[in-house]
Design a protein around this ligand. Structure first.
Ligand code: NAD
Ligand code: 6OD
Length: 502
């Protein structure tokens, strides 16, 4: 490959492996911040790391490093070489999967099997998939016929946006970061990453792995910290940023839009959801109930695609409610490394306070609690963690705040319906528009209803089944733009049309 690799200068590890230091990574070096903040393990509430918060001057250094890398050999590298490098990163992720799983589990408390089979597996796959997409990306070309019989050739080349800010949340930290990083890099951009303050570990380790795999220094940088008055705001307001790719809350997306407005920078936003599932009486009920349990409770309900509203045809309402509540009660909360654990804690005490406030509000709004509804007592040190019970409500309707606002926890409201038209209207009665699921054995109805859902992703008889080439994103409060396959390349590149008179 035609580029030079500079060996990064890394600061020595902190002496106490139980409470390590997590540094910013700028131009291949570990860099201390303006202060540190503690990273708390949500399993038991212990402090596991001291994270170096980047100040505006660190963010500035990171953006400048990314700009230098863009103007250096990285900017001249062929797309084929970048794709080969991305595949090498995918292999390096596989080779160091156990370290990445440990980083992800330490930060989030999610079950080891979930971190291994979803987060880390997808991180490697994201690099491979976008290596393939980038290497095979076509260019637009048109042979233009002029009225006088002459011809012109129009063709559009893709150029990188430039220095991209990637700001990511805590729920699937590595999966969502690599979902942005891989297409940004194969397109030739350089990147400054701002991981969530709740999950600093896997992004830091990933960038170390990428440097070891040969990614030149400065191409990928990490700044740690919070949003407002911290690294997030410093990054989105920095004049050297050419585009922002963001996944997180809709209100944060709105704040970032305001921050980039003076420079009219492009944004790609994957935001919140209040996703509906619709279950028709003709559905395979066992499959539907198992699928609904998965779409409600995976990752303790902390997946943007999770179902929080379940509309059930009245004739089968009681059967679905009983089956789902049985599933909810069977979930096992426990330590991540215990193979029988199905469900981890919420990410933090602050997030648990928010989810619990919705649990209380649901009861005030007249909900009947079919399962859960509170804070479990798990015994020993686990009671210092941010655990919450998998929960189900009935007795609510679309006017209630608990059915309109995103909870982002392990809970769904079950609501009956009487006709297909009513089910579609109820599902679409939301300012969000991320994902929907239709459960039915009627093929025509499945297509018909799925197409009428006002969302970015509409699944039938399944949920969160992914083909990384397909468009991913949301309408309304759920986002701007689509990522996935060529959709990602469209965001991370600027076309220049060349017109040649023949
Ligand atoms: P969040 O918006 O609070 O934070 C996301 C990131 O933005 C973090 O890194 C945070 O530090 C940073 N940030 C916060 N304020 C900022 C500001 N003013 N300027 C710049 N950066 C700022 O979201 P979260 O709580 O980490 O994640 C949960 C939310 O993310 C939920 O709403 C969920 O639905 C959404 N989400 C959406 C998708 C999707 O694909 N649509 C995927 C995952 C999560
Ligand atoms: O699977 C993906 O590619 C993706 N972007 C998932 C988002 C999940 C939200 O929490």
């Amino acid at each position: 490959m035609a580029f030079e690799t500079t060996v990064p200068k890394l600061a020595p590890s902190a002496p106490d492996p139980e409470r390590r230091a997590i540094y910013n990574i700028i131009n291949g070096e570990h860099v201390s911040g303006v202060r540190t903040f503690p990273k708390i393990n949500p399993v038991d509430g212990t402090v596991i790391a001291d994270v170096h918060e980047a100040g505006p001057e660190h963010v500035d250094r990171a953006v400048r490093a990314a700009r230098r890398a863009l103007d250096g050999p990285w900017g001249d590298m062929s797309i084929g070489d970048r794709a080969r490098l991305l595949r090498r990163v995918g292999d390096a992720i596989d080779a160091r999967a156990s370290e990445l799983v440990a980083a992800e589990v330490g930060d989030t408390g999610k079950p080891v099997a979930l971190a291994r089979d979803l987060d880390v597996a997808r991180a490697a796959e994201n690099f491979r998939s976008f290596a393939d997409t980038g290497a095979a990306a076509p260019l637009d070309s048109f042979l233009t016929e002029l009225p006088d019989g002459r011809k012109a050739l129009n063709y559009a080349i893709r150029k990188p946006l430039g220095v991209v800010a990637a700001i990511v949340p805590w729920n699937l930290p590595l999966l969502l970061l690599t979902w942005k990083l891989a297409p940004a890099l194969v397109s030739g951009n350089t990147v400054v990453i701002k991981p969530s303050e709740e999950t600093p570990s896997s992004a830091t380790l990933l960038v170390e792995i990428m440097h070891a795999a040969g990614v030149p220094v400065g191409v990928v940088n990490v700044v740690h910290g919070f949003g407002v008055d911290s690294a997030g705001e410093a990054l989105t307001t920095h004049p050297g940023i050419d585009g922002v790719t963001f996944t997180g809350e809709s209100s944060t997306g709105a704040a970032i839009m305001r921050a980039v407005a003076p420079r009219v920078s492009p944004v790609s936003f994957e935001l919140g959801g209040k996703n509906a599932a619709v279950v028709f009486a003709d559905a395979d009920l066992d499959a539907a109930i198992a699928g609904l349990a998965r779409s409600t409770y995976l990752n303790t309900g902390q997946v943007c695609l999770c179902t929080e509203r379940i509309y059930i045809e009245r004739a089968i309402f009681d059967d679905v409610a009983a089956g789902l509540s049985e599933h909810a009660k069977r979930l096992r909360l426990g330590r991540p490394e215990d193979p029988t654990t199905t469900t981890g804690p919420l990410i933090s005490q602050a997030h648990r306070d928010k989810v619990r406030a919705y649990f209380d509000l649901a009861v005030e709004e007249g909900a009947e609690v079919l399962a859960g509804g509170g804070i479990p007592t798990l015994g020993s040190d686990l009671d210092g963690g941010s655990w919450i019970e998998p929960t189900l409500w009935t007795g609510l309707n679309n006017t209630h705040r608990t059915v309109r606002e995103e909870v982002f926890g392990p809970v769904a409201a079950l609501i009956p319906f009487d006709s297909e038209e009513e089910a579609i209207a109820l599902a679409n009665d939301t300012p969000y528009g991320l994902a929907a699921v239709t459960w039915t054995s009627d093929l025509s109805r499945g297509h018909r209803v799925a197409q009428k859902m006002r969302v970015g992703m509409s699944w039938v008889n399944t949920w969160y089944l992914r083909d990384l080439r397909s468009p991913f994103g949301g309408t309304g409060l759920s986002g701007i733009g689509r990522e996935g396959g060529m959709h990602s390349l469209d965001f991370y590149t600027e076309p220049t049309n060349v017109c040649v008179q023949l």
